[in-house]
Design a protein around this ligand. Structure first.
Ligand SMILES: C[S@@+](CC[C@H](N)C(=O)[O-])C[C@H]1O[C@@H](n2cnc3c(N)ncnc32)[C@H](O)[C@@H]1O
Length: 279
């Protein structure tokens, strides 16, 4: 069996199962099973697929048909230029969150002295660990309510050689955290509770705690806006990722007496998704 034929059959199966981006999913799964770069499969569709690779591929394909996120099957997700281990303990980092990390880096580049940042609701650790990699002297607090997610973030920090600059803190409110930092960055759970039952099966296989933001989705974000000023250095910033219409709504509720230079940023799809504000 060749890679090209295997891919064509698999893509047809995934399409029939209602899986989005069937071809791309099939390519990633086969590349992983064969241990070759994905683009090699496209460049050389005549490559033979060995028996062991085919077995592994079929297992992955079956999981994908059942609606498991691709990253859980592969066991990793690329985030900017680092590879993050992911599994069902954590949300799969999204492309928009790579943009949030980029905004965080742009702000940190404006700061002087010993840099410190807090990744609140760190999940797999992606945002904060990428920042720690990008800023070799950055001290990071990786804060999580879920012990299982925090363990995943710690595994990622160790794998990336960053653990000595990361403090892992299990907490469910900013109140519990001592000290002040230059930046608090967060992609909190922001999906309104009532919307969750209608989400795609892939999303529903991610931890409920990483999705559910309460009645209007803003429970954790509101807590951060309320408490962040006492956890930031002078001139420090809060950066949040939110859903659709939420950023504008929350920004309007941030008092000008506390927050300076407050604004929303659009993501690459033109959605006003991010809030930036300084104290
Ligand atoms: C949307 S996920 C983001 C994960 C990761 N930062 C990312 O961007 O991929 C939100 C994370 O916040 C955590 N979380 C939920 N409520 C929290 C709370 N009250 N305090 C701290 N973390 C919380 C969840 O467990 C989850 O890991």
């Amino acid at each position: 069996m060749t890679a090209g034929k295997t891919l064509a059959e698999a893509a047809a199966r995934l399409t029939a199962a209602g899986v989005d981006e069937a071809e791309l999913n099939a390519q990633w799964l086969l590349a992983d099973a064969m241990g070759v770069p994905r683009l090699n499969l496209l460049a050389a569709p005549g490559l033979p697929v060995g028996a062991a690779a085919l077995r592994k591929f079929k297992k992955g394909l079956a999981l994908k048909e059942q609606g498991l996120p691709l990253a859980y099957i592969l066991g990793w997700q690329d985030f900017r230029d680092i590879r993050i281990k992911v599994d069902k303990r954590v949300l799969v980092p999204r492309p928009e969150t790579e943009e949030l990390a980029g905004l965080a880096a742009a702000f940190l580049r404006t700061r002087k002295g010993v840099l410190s940042a807090m990744d609140y609701g760190s999940g797999s650790g992606a945002i904060g660990l990428w920042l720690a990699k990008e800023f070799p002297a950055l001290l990071l607090k990786s804060v999580e309510k879920s012990a299982r997610a925090l363990a995943c973030a710690a595994e990622n920090a160790a794998a990336l050689g960053l653990a000595d600059r990361v403090e892992f803190i299990r907490a469910s409110t900013l109140e519990a955290i001592g000290g002040v930092v230059d930046l608090i960055v967060s992609n909190p759970p922001y999906i309104p509770t009532g919307v969750i039952p209608g989400l795609a099966p892939e999303v529903l296989s991610e931890p409920r705690m990483s999705l559910d933001g309460g009645g209007d989705g803003l429970d954790v974000a509101r807590m951060l806006v309320r408490l962040a000023p006492s956890k930031l250095k002078k001139g420090g910033a809060l950066l949040l990722e939110l859903g659709g219409s939420q950023a504008k709504k929350l920004l309007a509720a941030m008092p000008d007496t506390v927050w300076k230079a407050k604004r929303t940023h659009k993501d690459l799809n033109g959605v006003e998704r991010f809030i930036f504000a300084k104290v």
